[in-house]
Design a binder for this molecule. Sequence first.
Ligand code: C5P
Length: 400
Amino acid sequence: MGKPKVVLGVSGGIAAYKACELLRRLTESGHDVRVVPTASALHFVGAATWSALSGHPVSTEVWDDVHEVPHVRIGQQADLVVVAPATADTLARAAHGLADDLLTNTLLTARCPVVFAPAMHTEMWEHPATRENVATLRRRGAVVIEPAVGRLTGVDTGKGRLPEPAEIFEVCRRVLARGVAEPDLAGRHVVVSAGGTREPLDPVRFLGNRSSGKQGYALARTAAARGARVTLIAANTGLPDPAGVDVVQVGTAVQLREAVLKAASDADAVVMAAAVADFRPAAYAQGKIKKKDGQEPDPIVLVRNPDILAEISADRPRPGQVIVGFAAETDDVLANGRTKLKRKACDLLVVNEVGERKTFGSEENEAVILGADGSETPVPPGPKEALAEKVWDLVVTRLN
Ligand code: C5P
């Protein structure tokens, strides 16, 4: 089997220079990449750079090498088309099926998955014309990554930045691995919680847990690659934002509850991967708690935190919503899992065994996914992404 064929479409925005790094990552990981820039992209990065980095000739128009019919062949032969950066103009031309240059011709002839990574000023991204074009492309099955928030050209900041090339590469890798032209979570909104809450005792101390957030981030990344709009509620993870995901940072269980309830109101699925503290200190000391000579410390009085998973499973902010919980158990894993699934009344419960060296912070996970319908899906030890994909497979079956 030859190398997977990727078309990298580049349109005319300042972020075009970042596509060089995406190109490198794609070629170095064994992909055959053909770069198809728009004419305006060449104002930012020249054809010589694209050609040298990809090892292929580069043209923007359909009139070069006409005997090879490039306007049809490049798209037909591709296993993946990724457009990064995708400007407002390129999104509009793609949404309307124009074929006025080599890139738009390629988009019309491609029958493989297509990923757009938009980058533009916030006003352009938020304009109703762009919103509608993005919705059209998503409805047709394209993966349109949400732009990142941050510094834009010049002094402006806001939503519209091209996500980091490493993150776009991850989306491409996952879309290619699945090989689906129609991402099965397209048009869906999913909410994922990740990390571990911290319950403050005083301005410098908290009660926390050892959750790294990696499983939740894997869930968010894989859902985005399958076409979903993703809201990731992140509690104290310190991990970089995954591409195309709306990230809401929270600290405590109470803040996490608020953020989850807000995002869940229009969500098709909610996956509670966060380790939420069951208890919080009853009192918060405004100043740092001091040692007192000759005195034992005061005991810490705890109160219960709301059980968010049980609450949304009972109330179902949106009818038909699929709700997934996680259960980390140290013993009697399956029996405890079944009891917990009933008590929480969610649709799926991912049960895994934890211990000093198991799961927390590691790159691998092993689990059994229990269904409220009595199903039991074992997931063998493997990357957290593999478990995430399995969770979404089961969610998709329930959504359909
Ligand atoms: O009861 P336990 O903490 O083992 O349940 C774990 C599951 O419940 C996880 O999905 C976690 O996100 C969720 N949870 C919650 N609110 C809590 C405690 C746990 O949503 N207060």
